[in-house]
Ligand binder design. Structure first.
Ligand code: PEP
Ligand code: MG
Length: 325
């Protein structure tokens, strides 16, 4: 099967009725980036920068951050990389940082919240990214944005860094795109505003689903109870692609869901045209996409999303559809 997926490396992820789905990969370490060409990823859709911080014995200095980002960009060659700023806190703890005692860490001081409260940290990371991408295109996204103002504040910090580098005669990126992760449900009611402000959106379905259902993503006792392929979840996801389409804002999904073939088909059916996943998932997802008639799938899926019938399992119906085709 590996060989069969390898053969698919250079063919596009095109459905039988001619819809192309962009397949991108998630990475967090330099070694992951070698897989980009092996699996034929169109870009690194999510680079989790916190990995470097989690494996380091002490806080990585700006020069170390710079050197990793530069090596990542060099390793992937021409394909774009979307760097995500530090997503620490909650399940991602840094051993050398003073632990903050919180009743509900998943709802606590994490990600962009830390970045905006400790702008020195965020600024240092942004500067490392901007310098590493000198002369190249750079894409940066911010995790756990819960309100439009947080993106505006982060963007301001970033643009100030660009200005600083220019004044000090550094070469800056030739193009800078700034986006947000859609992973906090409050953003679902700020889609019109956020779509007009950002250069792109990336849906973090791992967190979005956890917060939508109020079910810890790592707690099997409750996480298995709520299905990614259920009407409420698919409605929420569809509202994001619909809004993005209204404003022409590029949107991808980078949660684990996108790397599971059946889920990937459902996401394509509700309108996603870009998915970012773990590298080993690209082959199987591409095979599933190439085997499907998206129009026929939509005809089966859409009524189930629109008219919620709690006795029907969307997952089972989709599986039956995929097996029959
Ligand atoms: C997500 O939340 O879906 C996501 C991609 O980010 P992470 O898994 O790193 O929280
Ligand atoms: Mg997340």
């Amino acid at each position: 099967r590996r060989e069969q997926f390898h053969k698919l490396r250079d063919v596009p992820a095109l459905t039988r009725d001619g819809v192309e789905i962009g397949l991108h990969m998630n990475a967090g370490l330099l070694i992951d980036c070698q897989h980009a060409s092996e699996v034929g990823a169109q870009s690194i859709g999510l680079f989790r920068t916190e990995l470097q911080f989690m494996v380091a014995p002490s806080f990585p200095r700006q020069s170390q951050q710079y050197s990793l980002y530069k090596r990542v960009l060099d390793a992937v060659g021409d394909i774009p990389v979307t760097f995500r700023t530090l997503d620490i806190g909650s399940d991602k703890v840094l051993p050398y940082m003073t632990k903050v005692e919180e009743e509900n860490p998943a709802l606590g001081w994490r990600a962009i919240r830390i970045g905006l409260d400790r702008p020195g940290l965020l600024r240092m990371q942004l500067r490392a990214m901007l310098r590493a991408a000198e002369g190249r295109a750079l894409r940066i996204m911010f995790p756990m944005v819960a309100k439009v103002g947080e993106f505006v504040a982060a963007r301001e910090i970033c643009l100030r860094e660009v200005e600083f580098l220019r004044q000090h005669d550094y070469r800056t990126p030739c193009e800078l795109k700034l986006g947000v992760m859609v992973e906090v449900p409050s953003l679902l009611w700020q889609l019109d505003e956020i779509c007009q402000l950002v250069d792109f959106l990336s849906v973090g379905s791992n967190d979005l689903t956890q917060y939508l259902f109020a079910a810890d993503r790592d707690n099997k006792r409750v996480s298995a109870r709520y299905d990614d392929l259920s009407a409420p979840n698919l409605r929420a996801l569809k509202s994001i692609v619909d809004a993005a389409a209204r404003y022409g804002t590029p949107v991808t999904l980078c949660g684990e869901m996108g790397g599971r073939p059946l889920e990937a088909l459902a996401l394509a059916a509700i309108g996603f045209r870009g998915l970012s996943m773990t590298p080993s998932a690209i082959g199987p997802v591409k095979a599933a996409i190439r085997a499907v008639d998206l129009g026929a799938l939509r005809a089966v899926l859409m009524p189930m999303i629109e008219r919620l019938d709690h006795s029907v399992s969307i997952r089972q119906e989709l599986q039956a559809f995929a097996d029959a085709n």
